[in-house]
Design a protein around this ligand. Structure first.
Ligand code: SAM
Length: 340
């Protein structure tokens, strides 16, 4: 892993990267532990070693970084993990981030297991909306993919988010060949019934525990399924702004599905994201292990200017294109560690 030493490069003056992309979006992973064990996310099952508690950024540190990032033009923040809802104190942290004057969009990514309990308190704290991961509507497939997860808990979480008004609710589904690739149409119908926005995500080679090449399901193939062609109007697909998804309208009803294709149709040109990992590394590109260590600076007692320079440095180091490709062997860091 390539940790760039502090002050080793010339600092740019703004939060735009070297390719003219403005970083308006910060994803913050608050913890790298999770209450599910998804086969494609967590390497080698029980061999996964979470960051030690004292190495996790504290919420105070996280909020300081978030505040500084907003001074550099970040206006959208997503809290993620691991599973963010397993970290104690999250609701209070949401309230503090929501109170930052420049945060216009505050979202959370969750597997939904604990949402029944937390949806209302999160909404009251100022969270705007949630993305919920849901890979299958079949309880047995769901259990297999998530290493023992219970589908009914996620469905209860979705309903709690609807009742709490954490909308629009997005459902994220990773399609994994041999597990859920034949369930896409059923998931579309579910999203229409429940008025949710469904987004399919291509499997990325991020986890050595899974034979990626065997399970990768390219969306060119998804879009040849008769059941999908029947439901969506492919001729009208389009990408909006800096969204990672291209959206395809549904045929027989209002609404749309999103296709996130990091492998076959990447969206690097419009990428505006930085990722703050739970161990305090700031990572400008999901696919590149090139990070700036904010925790070291924070714990050395650095001033705000130094931190701002480090955020600018990470931005300047953002690479032009993702390095995920079909010959990737699995990356050094899995999604659970980076924060999805
Ligand atoms: N626990 C939360 C959740 O379930 O949404 C947030 C973290 S999770 C790592 C974020 C997203 O990353 C999930 O939608 C998950 O399916 C996705 N993800 C994890 N590993 C992936 C991979 N190898 N390829 C594509 N998506 C992946």
């Amino acid at each position: 892993m390539n940790i760039i030493p502090i002050h080793s490069q010339r600092m740019p003056q703004s939060i735009a990267d070297g390719f003219g992309r403005n970083m308006g979006y910060l994803r913050i992973s608050v913890v790298d532990r999770c209450n599910l064990r998804c086969t494609y996310c967590r390497p080698n099952g029980d061999d996964f070693h979470a960051v030690a508690r004292e190495q996790l950024l504290t919420f105070e540190e996280i909020i300081r970084v978030a505040r500084l990032a907003t001074q550099l033009g970040v206006h959208k923040i997503r809290l993620t993990g691991g599973e963010p809802l397993v970290r104690k104190g999250l609701v209070d942290a949401v309230a503090q981030i929501a109170a930052l004057p420049d945060v216009r969009d505050l979202a959370l990514s969750t597997n939904g297991i604990l949402l029944k309990k937390f949806a209302k308190p999160l909404r009251n704290a100022g969270l705007h909306r949630v993305n919920i991961s849901l890979d299958s509507l079949n309880p047995r497939t769901f259990e297999k993919l998530t290493g023992g997860g219970r589908l009914n808990e996620v469905l209860a979480g979705i309903h709690a988010a609807q009742d709490a008004g954490l909308t629009p609710i997005r459902i994220n589904t990773v399609l994994v060949r041999g597990f859920n690739d034949q369930e896409a149409a059923a998931l579309i119908d579910f999203s229409v019934r429940e008025q949710l926005e469904l987004r399919f995500i291509e499997l990325m080679p991020m986890c050595e525990g899974l034979d990626w090449k065997r399970h990768y399901y390219p969306f060119a193939e998804l879009l040849t399924q008769a059941e999908i062609i029947e439901r969506v109007d492919l001729s009208l697909s389009q990408r909006q702004g800096s969204s990672s998804a291209r959206y395809v309208p549904l045929r027989h009803t209002l609404g749309r599905i999103g296709l996130i294709e990091p492998m076959s149709n990447h969206f690097c040109d419009s990428c505006n994201r930085l990722r703050l990992m739970s161990d305090g590394k700031l990572r400008p590109c999901l696919s590149a292990d090139q990070e700036v260590d904010l925790r070291a600076a924070l714990r050395k007692g650095c001033d705000n200017e130094t931190l701002l320079d480090l955020i600018r440095l990470a931005t300047a180091n953002k690479q032009k294109l993702s390095t995920y490709h079909f010959d990737s062997m699995g990356m050094q860091r899995s999604m659970i560690a980076i924060g999805g």
